[in-house]
Write a protein that binds this ligand. Structure first.
Ligand code: GLY
Length: 285
C-alpha cells in the first residue's frame, strides 16, 4: 500500500507556519518511504513540530497561570496500543516519552510521575519556555487582572488558541498511527489536562483509520471527537466526509481542526486557519 502521512500545526495556525507542517511531514515520509512503521513516522514528524518554538507543543509551549509549562502528548496504533503523558514538565519531546509509555503495560502517565518516568528513560532536563511563551503568559495574566477572562459558564469558548500539533500516518503494510502533542490553551490552571493525551478524544487509531484533532480540549473531550470521526470512517464514509461530520458537532465559536487517514484517502476539516501537510494532494484514491 502507498504510504500516506498528514501533519497539522493546530487550529488557529496560519500560513506563517506552513513550512513547519511540511518539514515535519517530509521527516515522517522519510520513515515511511524506507519501509518504516506508521507509529515511528508519526513520532518523528511530531518531534519536528515540538522542536519548532513557534508552535504550542514542546519548545514554546504555553504556560499555566502559575508560569509552569505542563505538556500533554499521545500516540496510538491500529492494534489499539497507546502511550500517553499528561501534565509532564521539563522534557524536550513529550511525544518521545509517550512512545516510551507505549512500550509499557500502561496507557497514560501523569504529572510528576510522568516526569520521573521520563528521567528513568533518559530524557534530560529541558526548559521548553521561550520569550514568546513568557509574553503570552503576561498577556493572559493581564486579561485576568482586567477581568477579561471568559466566564466559566462559557468555559474557554472565546479564548484564543494556537496550538496542539499532530500527525496521522499509514505505512506500506497498511498500518495506521495517530499522534498529538500540546502545551494546552490560554488561561490554564495547573494540572489541567486537555483532549490531546486522551484516547478517543484527542486521537484515535484502529484497523480502519487514524484520526487526530486540535482545538478546545474541554469541548473535544465531551464529544469524544476522534472516536466519533473514526467510527464514521469505519462505517464506510470517506475520511473527508467523516471529518466534516466531526466538525459539524461544534458551534462556530469553538475552534476545531481534524485530520484523518484511511485505506481510501485522507480528510482535513477546520473552522479556523490550520497549517497542515498531506503527502498526497489527492484526498481519495
Ligand atoms: N487541544 C489542546 C488542548 O485543549 O489542550
Amino acid at each position: 500500500m502507498r504510504p500516506l502521512l498528514l501533519t497539522h500545526c493546530g487550529a488557529g495556525s496560519d500560513a506563517s507556519v506552513q513550512d513547519a507542517a511540511e518539514i515535519a511531514g517530509m521527516r515522517g515520509m522519510e520513515v515511511l518511504n524506507r519501509g518504516g512503521r506508521a507509529l515511528d513516522a508519526v513520532v518523528e514528524a511530531i518531534v519536528v513540530l515540538e522542536d519548532d518554538p513557534r508552535l504550542n507543543a514542546g519548545t514554546g509551549s504555553r504556560m499555566r497561570v502559575d508560569g509552569r509549562i505542563q505538556m500533554d502528548a499521545a500516540l496510538m496504533a491500529a492494534n489499539l496500543e497507546a502511550g500517553c503523558v499528561a501534565a509532564i514538565e521539563g522534557v524536550k519531546n513529550p511525544i518521545r516519552v509517550a512512545r516510551d509509555v507505549f512500550a509499557t503495560p500502561h496507557v497514560l502517565l501523569v504529572g510528576d510521575d510522568a516526569t520521573a518516568f521520563a528521567r528513568s528513560k533518559g530524557h534530560a532536563v529541558f526548559d521548553p519556555a521561550t520569550p514568546e511563551s513568557r509574553r503570552r503568559l503576561q498577556e493572559s495574566l493581564a486579561k485576568i487582572r482586567e477581568g477579561k477572562l471568559p466566564r466559566y459558564a462559557r468555559k474557554w469558548k472565546t479564548v484564543d488558541l494556537h496550538g496542539t500539533v499532530g500527525a496521522v500516518a499509514r505505512d506500506r503494510r497498511g498500518r495506521f498511527a495517530a499522534g498529538s502533542s500540546t502545551g494546552g490553551t490560554a488561561f490554564m490552571l495547573p494540572g489541567r489536562v486537555g483532549d490531546s493525551p486522551i484516547v478517543g478524544a484527542g486521537l484515535y487509531a484502529g484497523p480502519k483509520a487514524a484520526v487526530t484533532v486540535t482545538g478546545i480540549g474541554e469541548e473535544i473531550m465531551k464529544r469524544v471527537l476522534s472516536k466519533f470521526v473514526y467510527d464514521r470512517i469505519a462505517e464506510g464514509r470517506p475520511p473527508q466526509a467523516a471529518a466534516n461530520r466531526g466538525l459539524s458537532l461544534f458551534p462556530e465559536d469553538v475552534s476545531i481542526g481534524i485530520i484523518a487517514v484511511s485505506a481510501g484517502g485522507w480528510g482535513e476539516a477546520s473552522n479556523r486557519d490550520m497549517a497542515f501537510f498531506a503527502s498526497s494532494p489527492r484526498r481519495t484514491f
